[in-house]
Design a protein around this ligand. Structure first.
Ligand code: MG
Length: 261
């Protein structure tokens, strides 16, 4: 692991970025990173986005990214919801009991997976309307042997002024009730989501993220070079503590322009 320089960035053909903690923190744009990425996109680098969030559709993220200046198509963004939908579609699944947002239901339906109270699988993502009835149905189905698919493992979501419980907290509640862990967790660090985001890209790729256990571990495992930016969740101290090492680190992308040792 070493500190990133701007010259390092120029060696890559594609930069694949996490959104929360890299592009935005809560509602605040992280311009120290965004300005450099916008410049690199202007120079012809391919920029893609991977987010473990399943509560918004790719086109919603695309719209947000356009308002801050990126040129993006809906297909430049892979959410854990979309990766889950593609995974189920490839497995030939048609019916799922879904614990999640409307956005998750919509993206699954686009890939021919319909909501059903008696699903062939149980899909669990972030659900702000999670309740005892949903916990009961999901855990009963899983207890009876229905495969258990989680969109992403994130326990919480950092926001200004605290944290919000994430999909991982809901997955944990259902796991405890059913006495079973998920069969598949689709989001980062699972290589499934990295493969879906990069399958058509050529050349050298760098994955940029703020979380060691999802972004960096997943990027490393998927065979990409990785960059830890310190604008989100994890610090250099965590690198030692968690034993997950990126290829590079930098406080923020703008810092790569200064050649301090
Ligand atoms: Mg992040």
């Amino acid at each position: 692991m070493r500190r990133l320089t701007y010259r390092d960035l120029l060696k890559y053909d594609a930069l694949v970025c996490d959104i929360d903690g890299v592009i935005r923190r809560g509602r605040r744009v992280i311009w120290e990173n965004v300005e450099v990425l916008l410049h690199l996109q202007g120079e012809g680098k391919v920029i893609r986005f991977i987010t473990n969030s399943s509560s918004r559709l790719p086109e919603d993220h695309a719209e947000m990214l356009r308002t801050i200046g990126f040129e993006v198509k809906e297909t430049d963004i892979i959410t854990s919801g979309k990766a889950t939908a593609l995974y189920l579609q490839k497995a030939g699944i048609k019916k799922a009991y879904i614990v999640g947002t409307i956005a998750l239901r919509v993206i699954l339906k686009r890939h021919s997976v319909q909501f059903s109270p008696k699903g062939e699988v149980v899909v669990v993502g972030m659900d702000p309307n999670f309740n005892y009835r949903k916990l009961k149905r999901a855990s009963s189905l899983i207890y009876e042997g229905t495969p258990f698919i989680a969109t992403n493992p994130d326990a919480s979501l950092p926001v200004e002024g605290g944290v919000l419980p994430g999909a991982g907290s809901i997955v944990a509640a259902i796991s405890v009730a059913a006495g079973k862990k998920p069969d598949v967790v689709v989001g980062k660090p699972n290589p499934i989501i990295f493969k879906e985001a990069t399958y058509d890209l050529k050349g050298k790729m760098l994955f940029i993220g703020d979380r060691l256990n999802t972004d960096i571990a997943g990027g490393n495992f998927a065979g990409l070079d990785t960059l830890l930016v310190l604008t989100g969740v994890h610090t250099l101290h965590d690198v030692e503590e968690m034993g997950i090492e990126p290829t590079f680190w930098i406080s923020n992308l703008k810092e790569s322009l200064s050649e301090v040792s």
